[in-house]
Design a protein around this ligand. Structure first.
Ligand code: ATP
Ligand code: MG
Ligand code: MG
Ligand code: MG
Length: 437
């Protein structure tokens, strides 16, 4: 991609209402533009990152056995009346009336709709277990939309819903999502800690929030330090028996403020391991039994032929919120430092003299070789001065910068810089390309 033909509207200064660094950098790097409170347009660079994050989330859901579909953003109010949530949900729900005076709503979540789909088709325990997910825009009319995409009103969520014959089956489904989430966030370079979360009126202990520690996080959290450094289990696990992996983590203390028990924390955790911090909720998994299947009559015939209400769980990931969380975790004074797996481009190719034929030829050669190897390259072929080009590259956080200029070429070298460390290497063009592919 040639920068001269791209659309990358960067800003020198962040608007003063952007309070936290991720919001400031997302605006300055031209990732998003606010169109209304909590409602954003995704500019080309931001969209590339969003799609990468979405794809990692999707791959790990599929690996854990979930099946993708896509439900609409608009839902009928009557469906929500079946569960009793139409009236209970309150002012966070955006309610809409169409030309026929039918009541609709912009979905804040999809338990009712997925239960409706399930009950229409699934009639036997033999079709279980089943886990269906989608990645779709949600709307919640948040009282205080803020921090950019971190607390938007319109936001992208991955939500999965599991269906099982009994609680034991639902627990296995829950464990699969638990492990999938650990792997998902690790692939994005994040340390997300599963913490006991409030299950509300349903009770039980099967709800965890996945929290990324950050000073700007909105949640107060308490956990054993050892959990933060524990590596993700990876893909090579026995997906049919994950209990020991889950137990290893849930046996260590970790709770959000609503669930915090100071005396249990002290009894369970050595003083040196006690961590009190702020955190960002990037995911939330939940087992809720028959809360929706009972009122909505989602039943299957069990092995004995008798109809039973299915046991369900739901599993959310804040896909758009993750951009903010990743930037909070990975930036410096010059800008964003994208982890390789989510970077919008792999390499920023910087031409110091686009008007010099030998420099242009070397850049074209580098571009075609990198692109042929499947690398996404942003080629800065503009006539901006070098300082401005370096500043833009640092700001937008491309993991590698490959700089080609007349002086270096005369000596047979180009410069390769790693954004994360600032390390710079003088290499021949061949060596530089070989390192990048
Ligand atoms: P919060 O406590 O931050 O309000 P929540 O508990 O209401 O979030 P859930 O219903 O658990 O959210 O939704 C699943 C995930 O969707 C959350 O873990 C979070 O990552 C994301 N999410 C929720 N609300 C928003 C929002 N307003 N903007 C962006 N992402 C959100
Ligand atoms: Mg909320
Ligand atoms: Mg929450
Ligand atoms: Mg939650």
């Amino acid at each position: 991609m040639r920068l001269s033909r791209y659309f990358l509207p960067t800003l020198k200064e962040a608007p003063s209402d952007a309070q936290i660094v991720s919001h400031q950098l997302m605006l300055r790097a031209g990732l998003i533009r606010q169109e209304a409170a909590g409602i954003y347009a995704w500019l080309p660079l931001g969209l590339r990152v969003l799609k990468k994050i979405e794809q990692i989330v999707r791959e790990e859901q599929v690996r854990a056995g979930a099946v993708e579909l896509l439900m609409p953003t608009l839902q009928l109010a009557d469906l929500w009346r079946e569960s009793g949530r139409y009236d209970a949900y309150g002012p966070e729900m955006l309610r809409i009336t169409d030309r026929h005076e039918r009541e609709l709503l912009y979905g804040p979540t999809n338990e009712e709709m997925i239960t409706d789909i399930f009950r229409a088709y699934v009639k036997s325990y033999k079709q279980l277990p089943l886990n269906l997910f989608h990645i779709q825009w949600k709307f919640r009319d948040e009282r205080r939309p803020r921090f950019g995409v971190m607390r938007g009103r319109e936001f992208l969520m991955k939500d999965a819903y599991s269906f099982d014959l009994d609680e034991a089956g639902a627990r296995r489904a829950y464990n699969r999502m638990f492990v999938a989430y650990l792997n998902t966030f690790a692939r994005m370079g994040l340390k997300a800690v599963p913490m006991r979360a409030d299950t509300g009126p349903i009770g039980g202990d099967l709800s965890h929030e996945f929290i990324v520690l950050a000073d700007t996080g909105e949640s107060q959290v308490f956990c054993d330090r050892k959990l933060v450094e524990m590596p993700a289990p990876g893909a090579d696990v026995d997906w049919n028996d994950l209990q020991s992996i889950v137990d290893e983590r849930t046996s260590l203390y970790a709770a959000t403020e609503e669930m915090h028990d100071a005396s249990a924390f002290e009894a369970q955790t050595a003083e040196a391991d006690r961590l009190t911090a702020r955190g960002i909720e990037v995911g939330h998994i939940f087992y809720f039994g028959t809360k929706y299947s009972a009122p909505m009559k989602a039943k299957v015939a069990g092995p004995d032929g008798a109809d039973t209400e299915v046991h369900m769980g739901s599993y959310g990931v804040g896909v758009s919120r993750l951009l903010g969380a990743i930037i909070e975790a990975s930036h410096d004074a010059s800008g964003i430092i994208w982890p390789d797996a989510v970077a919008p481009f792999d390499v920023q190719l910087i031409s110091l003299r686009p008007d010099a034929p030998d420099v242009a030829a070397a850049c074209e050669q580098a571009l075609s070789r990198l692109e042929a190897a499947g690398k996404a390259v942003l080629y800065d072929d503009t006539d901006e001065r070098p300082g401005g080009k370096f500043a833009t590259a640092d700001l937008i956080g491309t993991p590698w910068q490959l700089t080609i200029g007349p002086k270096g070429l005369a000596d047979g070298v180009v410069e390769l810089k790693r954004r994360a460390t600032g390390e710079k290497l003088s290499l021949s063009l061949d060596e530089a390309v070989a390192r990048l592919v």
